[in-house]
Design a protein around this ligand. Structure first.
Ligand SMILES: Nc1ncnc2c1ncn2[C@@H]1O[C@H](COP(=O)(O)OP(=O)(O)OP(=O)(O)O)[C@@H](O)[C@H]1O
Ligand SMILES: [Mg+2]
Length: 246
């Protein structure tokens, strides 16, 4: 369980986060949505121990984020995939695990690559793959590390809409299969609703404006985008955002 208790972050006069109270259960998929500059990345960095809060505290299963990170319980996927250019897709997936002093498991890495649609690209280098394919490698790498918690900051930010939709379906499948806790930051409202069990809407002042329980089937594919339930919930989240920034 991830527990944020009164978390605030100040950057020399800029209040990036204020009074964040949020509890994320194990195996939950939580999305965080809001416009540019509202504090989403800062929130994710605070959860991951990359940014110390100036107020309040973050606990991961009762431990500080630093302890959780040292135990490889946190996996990060950022907008820029940060793969090593000289390594193949398989080597990139196994690399973090090797760094953590564990045996590389090439077969498991290759199965993971297949599960994100990269069968046949196991030996390809990042420059031989498209942006979306490299993001898939980065997702496989985070899962291979064995982290229980995946912290994802606009991982599909630079991708076209069709690829985003496809990867969204895949990430939900992976989440169900591997039973991870996911915190996923995006500025796309449809993406935030499609992926989430709960969607956290951030307001202009670095605060949580509202948390939506998303009411959609557990198993979701592209058909969900056309459903009325989906469209109504997207509209409700949008309304909250517009009211907050009016
Ligand atoms: N290292 C830093 N030093 C100073 N100010 C910062 C720093 N990081 C973030 N900020 C400020 O904190 C606020 C929140 O930034 P943050 O990056 O969390 O926003 P965001 O919601 O992730 O935006 P985006 O959607 O553009 O990625 C912004 O006003 C930003 O200028
Ligand atoms: Mg950001």
């Amino acid at each position: 369980m991830i527990d944020l208790d009164g978390v605030g972050v100040d950057f020399e006069g800029v209040r990036a986060l204020e009074g964040i109270d949020l509890r994320i259960e194990d195996d939950e998929f939580v999305t965080v949505v809001g416009p540019s500059g509202c504090g989403k990345t800062t929130l994710l960095r605070a959860i991951g121990g990359l940014q110390a809060p100036t107020a309040g505290a973050v606990r991961i299963d009762g431990d500080s984020p630093a302890v959780a990170q040292a135990g490889a319980r946190l996996g990060f996927v950022f907008q820029n995939h940060t793969l090593l250019p000289w390594k193949s897709a398989t080597e990139n997936v196994t690399f973090l695990r090797e760094m953590a002093g564990e045996e590389p498991r090439r077969e498991e890495a290759q199965d993971l690559l297949a599960s994100v649609g990269l069968e046949g690209f196991e030996d390809a280098k990042p420059r031989e793959l498209s942006g979306g394919m490299n993001q898939r490698v980065a997702i496989a790498r985070a899962i291979h590390l064995g982290a229980d918690v995946l912290l994802m900051d606009e991982p599909f930010g630079e991708l076209d809409e069709i690829t985003r939709d496809e990867l969204g379906v895949e990430v939900r499948d992976i989440w169900r299969r591997e039973r991870k806790t996911v915190v996923f930051v995006t500025h796309s409202v449809p993406e935030a609703v499609f992926l989430a069990d709960r969607c956290v809407v951030m307001g202009a002042t670095g605060r949580i404006e509202r948390v939506f329980e998303i009411d959609l089937p557990t198993s979701r594919d592209e058909d969900v985008f056309g459903s009325r339930a989906f469209q109504e919930q997207v509209a409700a989240v949008r309304r909250t955002l517009h009211e907050s920034y009016a």
